[in-house]
Design a protein. Structure first.
Length: 286
């Protein structure tokens, strides 16, 4: 599985990169993958090799991207990175990697699914969006209040959480070094405080895909387990309802008894079927 790494921007001495996995077909469509990690950890290398193979076998180039991470960088900067990579791909990447710049889909999981949904509200938008257990509303109680699920786990003191914050801008971080920070945020209901510059307010509505759907929002596919203990299934349900009300083509695939990151088990029949539907959606929309 050959890949080409590239830098699409540099900020505060931090190079922000992407990995491009090519297919041989000229002007094939492109799938851009955005990793999860609560906006706090993760790297472009988190995309599963099995999923890259599925997309490539179906004839799609794949590009997995990094973005600046919180809390060293805040949400507006993260969204800026996602917009900038879409612009870079269209203006520079298409010539370099020989893909069709008019046929780009964005796929994300968890917080990456949230960012994927946000691309539907940006100035430069993809042609299609696929969200794996993403969310559309960061002003709901699930985001602002302590998580019942995480509150049952060993309590993380704030002093420990703060020790994990770097003194420089970063765009890559392994889960092992950052999970306690995320756990603290979810236990204390402080996720939004660490990810944004302010507590919940009207000014944060612009960062909620659910509240910014228009008639030009791209066709969207939402996949979510109905037993997700991290991001509530309701988030995809509300997003699907709002898209339908706006007249935007969308489909919600419910994974029965599915937990968060249900696609870790790529051999499960329900996951195999889900990816069959993902590929069908990509073929319809690209």
């Amino acid at each position: 599985m050959m890949k080409t790494s590239f830098v699409y921007k540099e900020v505060d001495g931090c190079e922000i990169r992407g990995d491009f996995y090519s297919v041989e077909t000229s002007l094939a469509p492109l799938v851009v993958y955005i990793h999860g990690g609560g906006l706090i950890w993760g790297t472009r290398g988190d995309i599963k090799k099995e999923q890259i193979a599925l997309y490539q076998q179906a004839g799609y180039h794949v590009c997995s991207i990094d973005y600046r991470l919180a809390p060293e960088s805040k949400l507006p900067s993260i969204i800026e990175d996602v917009q900038d990579v879409l612009v870079w791909l269209k203006e520079k990447g298409a010539a370099r990697f020989d893909f069709d710049p008019e046929r780009i889909a964005v796929i994300g999981s968890s917080a990456g699914g949230y960012l994927a949904l946000l691309t539907g509200t940006l100035q430069v938008r993809p042609k299609a969006i696929i969200s794996f257990y993403g969310y559309g509303d960061i002003l709901g109680d699930w985001y602002l209040q302590p998580s019942p699920y995480y509150s049952k786990m060993t309590k993380v003191p704030e002093a420990l959480a703060r020790q994990l914050i770097q003194k420089k801008t970063i765009s890559e971080a392994p889960i092992e070094k950052r999970y306690a920070l995320y756990l603290f945020c979810r236990q204390e209901g402080k996720w939004i405080d660490y990810v944004t510059h302010s507590a919940a307010s009207e000014s944060l509505k612009e960062f909620c895909p659910l509240k910014n759907i228009d008639a030009n929002y791209p066709p969207s596919l939402l996949l979510h387990g109905d037993m997700d203990e991290d991001v509530p299934f309701e988030q995809s349900l509300l997003m699907s309802e709002a898209l339908s009300e706006a007249g935007v083509y969308n489909k919600l695939i419910t994974i029965p008894n599915g937990k968060h990151s249900f696609d870790n088990d790529m051999d499960a029949p329900v996951v195999i079927d889900a990816f069959d539907q993902v590929l069908k959606f990509l073929k319809e929309t690209l």
